[in-house]
Write a new protein. Structure first.
Lengths: 370, 231
């Protein structure tokens, strides 16, 4: 069977290449969208991992977690929820530092909360609680910006003295800057507000139960304990995922039509061949499998090519000045399998009708076909 | 004809008619015929007399409008799996060899064995043996376009034998061959009958080719012509 599949594909090289290329284009599109959206999701939710909390509290229904707004009263109520051991309110903002760093993350947090938040000062000291022009840089950020303790960091329209370098052990947190909470609130004109609250529950307490109590008391808030939940809480990510799903379905349908059309043409040309195979005793299922196999082989080749092209395209996109620093592709095994599933889906859907037609040919009529 | 045979007939055809869908063409009009096991029968007649239609019905490639056909233990109108019948019981040889041009001679023989219980290595070995038997052991890697007409037809015969059928149905197997190749193929058929005991039913319009068979059956206007009737 494999010999026949290989021979058929090789005999119509140009057409086979056409099918593989169509599959490759669809897979490339889907994989690129997937890795880009996954990158955006990772970036958007990475901050949640910095706090090392049992769960995070955000405003319910925000379009972006960075737009979450929790006031002092709500923060106090969270801290008073039964079972809560500690709650750290954090303000998150972004700053356009340069073309290479258009979405630099700034975290506003009280110095007393740094240890609970998982921050270790590795050089210099922590800023003062009410200091107005002091900043701590994550060690990665300091490295990238070429700054040290005592240097000046320009942000929020002010010159801030770097008083310390910190580490969180999380890449995202170490690539950011931390300001005293009141100072960052003042810079961004959101006094008394935080974006997220990082909560740890007391020993022996059930995180799930505490979350249920909290959201029952404060339905305007939502709790997040996994990255998947964060993806659902952030409406932008929800829309992005919906767009990726829609594009995937569209790519599969269009690809299946292209594959089906080409395979149907091939069926018309090979009517006698299928008639012969049926005449010498091939069952319908074997004929279906022959046609689907040809399509599957081309889909596998096309999927491999598409995934390779996706690497190339995302590299080029990331290097574009307009997208540099904004677009972060995140190639995961999931993206690979997604691409493969799209390719195989196209092949199976596209070859189904031609294969069934081939299987149902009447041997005598097919053999008399010129 | 195997006159001394006491075995039941290999093929029995009773009152078989075939009318095509529009009802205006009656290809067969009540055919009765019995063929013994191991017999080599030639069916002759002018174009359009129904001989190829009859062969198609015998090979379960089509179904009769009326009548009964038995091949060995199979009653064809009650066949549950015509594919299995064709694969296990029947070998087919066509006028135009119908080989797959992209495959080697060896693979052309092997594809007929797909679905058999033989392991792959055994299938290859058997196919090589068959090609050797038809005198093409040295051309197993050649593809049909690289073979002569006679060689292609011999590959087709080897393919027909791939599943060790008890019956071979051949439709004008020498129709596109020169006299030398015709001779080679006919001798091959004779040897199959004598060495393997295969029943052979061959349709031909050529009386000289038919003469090599044990028995010749003449058809005319969809019927078997009485013996002695003008061909």
């Amino acid at each position: 069977m494999l010999t026949l599949v290989g021979a058929d594909i090789w005999a119509k090289r140009a057409r086979s290449a056409g099918i593989a290329f169509a599959v490759a284009l669809a897979v490339m599109t889907v994989v690129t969208l997937t890795v880009v959206s996954s990158g955006l999701e990772t970036a958007a939710t990475a901050v949640l991992t910095v706090g090392k909390a049992d769960f995070t509290v955000a405003q319910n229904g925000v379009s972006d977690l960075l737009y979450s707004n929790i006031d002092t009263g709500q923060l106090a109520q969270i801290g008073a929820t039964p079972g809560v051991k500690s709650s750290v309110g954090v303000l998150l903002e972004t700053e356009h530092l340069s073309a290479a760093d258009p979405l630099f993350i700034e975290i506003g947090i009280q110095p007393d909360d740094l240890a609970t938040f998982g921050v270790t000062v590795v050089a210099g000291t922590a800023y003062g609680a009410t200091a107005s022009n002091e900043v701590m840089l994550g060690w990665r950020a300091a490295q990238n910006l070429g700054l040290h303790v005592g240097d000046t960091f320009h942000a929020n329209g002010t010159a801030n003295r770097v008083v310390g370098i910190y580490s969180t052990g999380i890449s995202y947190g170490d690539s950011a800057a931390m300001f005293p909470l009141p100072a960052l609130q003042a810079y961004n004109r959101v006094p008394g507000s935080v974006s997220l609250v990082f909560v740890k529950v007391g020993p022996g307490q059930s995180s799930a139960r505490v979350q249920r109590t909290l959201t029952a008391n404060q339905p305007e808030l939502t709790t997040i304990s996994t990255l998947a939940q964060a993806g659902r809480a952030d409406r932008n990510l929800v829309y992005l995922k919906a767009a990726v799903t829609g594009s995937t379905i569209l790519a599969v349908v269009i690809g299946a039509i292209v594959v089906g059309n080409t395979m149907l043409l091939s069926l018309f040309e090979r009517t006698r061949e299928f008639g012969l195979l049926r005449a010498i005793g091939w069952g319908r299922r074997r004929v279906v499998w022959l046609v689907v196999s040809e399509s599957l082989v081309l889909a596998l080749v096309g999927s491999g090519l598409g995934i390779g092209l996706s690497f190339l395209v995302t590299t080029v996109l990331e290097a574009l000045p307009q997208l540099n620093g904004v677009l972060h592709s995140n190639f995961t095994s999931g993206a690979f399998w997604h691409g493969l599933a799209v390719g195989i889906g196209m092949a199976v859907l596209g070859s189904l009708y031609p294969s069934i037609r081939a299987a149902n040919l009447t041997p005598l009529k097919a053999l008399s076909n010129e | 004809m195997s006159e001394a045979s006491t075995a039941p007939p290999k093929i029995e055809i009773h009152g078989v008619t075939k009318v095509y869908a529009d009802g205006r063409v009656q290809a067969l009009a009540g055919v009765d015929l019995t063929i013994d096991a191991g017999e080599f029968v030639a069916i002759t007649g002018p174009s359009g007399c129904g001989k190829s239609t009859l062969l198609g019905l015998l090979a379960a490639l089509d179904t009769p409008t009326a009548g009964v056909i038995r091949v060995g233990s199979y009653t064809l109108d009650r066949l549950r799996d015509a594919n299995r019948f064709r694969r296990q019981e029947v070998g087919l040889v066509f006028q135009f060899h119908n080989l797959l041009p992209r495959l080697s001679a060896l693979h052309n023989v092997e594809i007929a064995m797909l679905g058999s219980t033989r392991p792959h290595a055994a299938r290859t070995e058997f196919a090589l043996g068959l090609l050797d038997e038809v005198g093409l052991g040295h051309l197993t890697d050649r593809r049909p376009p690289q073979l002569s007409g006679g060689e292609r037809q011999r590959v087709a015969v080897a393919r027909a034998l791939a599943n060790e059928p008890s019956v071979i149905f051949a439709d004008e197997p020498t129709g596109s061959l020169d006299s030398h190749s015709t001779d080679v193929v006919l001798r091959l058929f004779q040897r199959l009958r004598t060495d393997h005991g295969v029943t052979i039913v061959m349709v031909t319009h050529d009386e000289a080719v038919a003469a090599i068979a044990d028995r010749t059956v003449h058809m005319l206007d969809g019927r078997i012509a009485p013996e002695g009737a003008p061909a």
